[in-house]
Design a binder for this molecule. Structure first.
Ligand code: 13P
Length: 213
């Protein structure tokens, strides 16, 4: 099992890599990682570009703040993924530009925000549903995620941004990147006749690569 200090270092490094490549700006976004005795979470109002290992928030398994700076206001959103998908080891929420654009467009299909344009979005992200708008930090968002019964590894928060979970920190970050790049493709392809993967191709990917469901 990876030692907590290693996970803290990975969190600082990967959050900074997201920030440096423009997936997060200002103090937008938050990331959490499950530990055997609770969770690590990025502190509220912190930049993903300048986290420090010793001020990361630590919560107990019920989400109570134990140490570090006060946690993100989105604790209940993250908790909803851990509770409804037991395989979840990390959750990444961003305001990345193109996924957020899809979360704002009135004609994005709320049941299938990211249609299967490429194999990797099927393999790393899976079906993405839209979660109704609520004020940032409102527990209603967590309730909407619980209502999905663990069926989605990723959602778009309407008019707000993407949230992606993974079995560990690396896979959650990679999936968040894949989601953002696919959203960019979808915006570039808007209004053009686009060939989607067929349901047989999607099924094959799911079977062969144990893709996200
Ligand atoms: P926090 O700074 O509290 O994590 O909030 C940022 C955010 O992205 C809200 O959705």
């Amino acid at each position: 099992m990876t030692a907590e200090i290693e996970i803290r270092r990975d969190l600082v490094r990967l959050a900074r890599a997201l920030f440096d490549r423009g997936y997060s700006v200002g103090t937008a976004g938050n990331i959490s990682v499950r530990l055997p005795d609770g969770f690590l979470m990025t502190p509220t109002n912190s930049s993903l570009g300048t986290l420090a290992v010793d001020t990361i928030s630590k919560l107990d398994s019920d989400g109570r703040h134990m140490s570090g700076n006060p946690p993100s206001k989105e604790v209940t959103l993250h908790q909803a993924f851990y509770d409804s998908r037991p395989q979840t080891g990390a959750v990444v929420h961003l305001h990345s530009t193109y996924a957020t654009a899809l979360a704002c467009l009135a004609d994005t299909d709320p049941e299938d925000c990211i249609p299967p344009v490429t194999p990797y979005v099927v393999m790393r992200v899976g079906t993405v549903k839209m979660v109704p708008y609520a004020t940032p930090g409102d527990p209603a968002t967590g309730e909407s995620i619980r209502a999905l019964d663990g069926k989605c590894a990723a959602v778009l928060l309407a008019n707000h941004g993407p949230v992606v979970c993974g079995t560990d920190l690396h896979s959650a970050v990679y999936a968040a990147e894949e989601l953002e790049e696919t959203a960019k493709l979808l915006i570039a392809l808007r209004g053009q006749k686009t060939r989607l993967l067929t349901s047989a191709q999607v099924d094959e990917l799911n079977q062969r690569f144990n893709a996200m469901k």
